[in-house]
Ligand binder design. Structure first.
Ligand code: URA
Length: 296
């Protein structure tokens, strides 16, 4: 990699600024001053210093955002604030959200510039679990919870895949305590006054408005929705809405080991779109292409 790109992506400064630093003999590679910012370096093994201080460089960047309501998940969207606007680390280019949350959905959203990981986490073959807390308008019966678990017709080619649906049970496991702490942060306010019941729902797929359409299919309605887990990675309960932090190495290990074993029961796959990779069925992709052609 070129030295100027390395220094710019590590956040040392713009390419122009790092060129000046090199000219001023403030940059060294493996202890040797390098005046030429075009020089090629080995980003994985060389030690680069500026004024004697080691530069830390990463191939990819990973953030966990606690998405607030009112912000869209796409990378560009007219005048609306996007999740990318919230992660205001100017030196990191090319971040995309891993999947999408509706504008009014809150909670866990991973943002990264690691394209292969995004594809892996969104791949329908990996069945990465997504856990949501849904505040719903009417009390839900055990029979309707069972229907949601078995799969319901939400108007797509296939019914939804088997899911897990439960109320928080008082058991002393670590996962229970984690859920309870996050659940305690559910928003209070006008909309929550309409909440008659609260359920956890764990999906192995990610269809458009899936939780809302599933509850609608059993005659109920989602009032508040918060994602609290993706695969093995939980939302950090210390993050307030709109706050984010970098993933630690341990978080990343958890996230990378998130696939679950299930047969591939749908024709869904990950397609590239201008707002990043999106998991769709062939029909949804055809609709998307048609809409795009009409817009152009
Ligand atoms: N399901 C929904 O209905 N909305 C989301 O934002 C995520 C899952």
């Amino acid at each position: 990699m070129r030295l100027d790109k390395y220094l710019a992506t590590a956040g040392v400064g713009s390419r122009k600024e790092v060129k000046i630093l090199c000219r001023k003999q403030r940059v060294a590679v493996n202890g040797e001053i390098v005046r030429d910012s075009d020089a090629d370096i080995d980003e994985n093994n060389d030690i680069v210093t500026v004024d004697g201080v080691k530069v830390s460089w990463k191939a990819h960047h990973y953030y966990m955002l606690c998405k607030p309501a009112g912000v869209v998940s796409s990378t560009r969207e007219g005048a609306s604030t996007t999740v990318i606007d919230l992660v205001a680390d100017e030196n990191v280019k090319g971040l995309s959200p891993v999947g999408r949350l509706d504008k009014d959905t809150t909670g866990l959203l991973i943002l990264t510039d690691d394209g292969p990981l995004i594809h892996e986490l969104l791949s329908p073959k990996k069945h990465v679990e997504k856990e949501y807390i849904a505040g719903i308008k009417d009390r839900i019966s055990d029979a309707d919870m069972k229907r949601l678990e078995e799969g319901v017709d939400i108007g797509d080619e296939e019914p939804t895949l088997p899911a897990k649906v439960f109320r928080l049970q008082k058991v002393g496991t670590a996962a229970f305590l984690q859920r309870e702490r996050i659940s305690a942060q559910m928003p209070a306010g006008e909309s929550t006054e309409r909440v008659a019941d609260e359920i956890h729902i764990v999906l192995h797929e990610g269809r458009f408005h899936q939780v809302k359409r599933m509850l609608e299919a059993v005659g109920n309605e989602v009032v508040t929705l918060k994602r609290i887990r993706m695969g093995n990675l939980w939302l950090d309960e210390n993050l307030g809405e709109g706050e984010y932090r970098e993933l630690t190495d341990d978080d990343l290990k958890l996230l990378k080991g998130s696939g679950s074993d299930m047969d591939d029961l749908t024709d869904r796959q990950v397609y590239e779109t201008p707002i990043g990779p999106v998991c769709m069925s062939k029909r949804e992709y055809a609709d998307y292409l048609e809409e795009k052609a009409m817009r152009n």
